[in-house]
Write a new protein. Structure first.
Length: 236
């Protein structure tokens, strides 16, 4: 699972490159968030999405956007936003069939960029935090998003998909978020391709090789914010 992650300057650079690829000018791009090394559920997170210029015309231009979203998805049909279980993560195995995620799988898929994420290894009453990252570049997690209006203004909300942990990470936790490789981004985001459970299953398969490249190191218990949170305990 993924209950905390980090967003740093390298993530902002990746987001900028993603947006500029559709012709947006660098001076027009402004992030709706700041770097944080202790991002928690319900906070604002960056999400990358693709939409059609004219949603009624599947042949219209595809627009790439970076948006700020509430990290905990609320489906559009929810009246009060109160759900029976946490929605910052979505299990890949059932995302295509459960009502809370199904509509988003069909047409509202996203990438959630991160410098890395935290996971806790539980041994009895002791929980040891680890920071997990790719050794060479930021991660783009497979995500889902939904617009929710409730009784106020429209709000963008999002969730990170999770899958069974790969061999080198399961000693920490039995699940991990899905790190989609770069070559799968366009396929996953394509607004003209209706998604289903088979698509999610294929995304899991494509994420496994990327997940096997992730590395983990123990960190100090999370408190506050700042780059020191992701430093190995033996270097502090």
């Amino acid at each position: 699972m993924c209950g905390r992650f980090a967003v740093d300057d390298e993530v902002n650079e990746m987001i900028a490159e993603f947006v500029w690829q559709t012709g947006a000018r660098p001076e027009d791009w402004r992030p709706g968030w700041v770097s944080s090394y202790n991002v928690a559920p319900t906070q604002q997170i960056p999400v990358l999405v693709e939409t059609l210029a004219d949603r009624h015309d599947p042949a219209s231009a595809v627009i790439r956007r970076a948006e700020a979203a509430r990290w905990s998805l609320i489906p559009g049909w929810s009246r009060d936003g109160k759900l029976k279980f946490p929605t910052f993560n979505a299990r890949a195995e059932t995302a295509g069939s459960q009502s809370i995620w199904k509509d988003s799988v069909v047409s509202r898929r996203a990438l959630v960029p991160a410098a890395g994420y935290y996971e806790w290894k539980t041994e009895g009453k002791r929980k040891t935090p680890y920071f997990i990252r790719h050794p060479e570049h930021p991660i783009a997690f497979a995500g889902l998003y939904s617009w929710w209006k409730g009784t106020g203004e429209w709000q963008l909300t999002a969730s990170i998909l999770t899958m069974p942990a790969t061999d080198q990470l399961e000693w920490i936790h039995p699940r991990n978020p899905m790190p989609l490789p770069h070559e799968a981004w366009d396929w996953w985001l394509d607004p003209t391709a209706p998604g289903d459970q088979r698509m999610v299953d294929e995304a899991v398969r494509m994420s496994q090789a990327q997940a096997q490249q992730l590395t983990a190191h123990e960190v100090a218990p999370l408190s506050g914010d700042g780059p020191s949170l992701i430093e190995p305990v033996n270097s502090l």
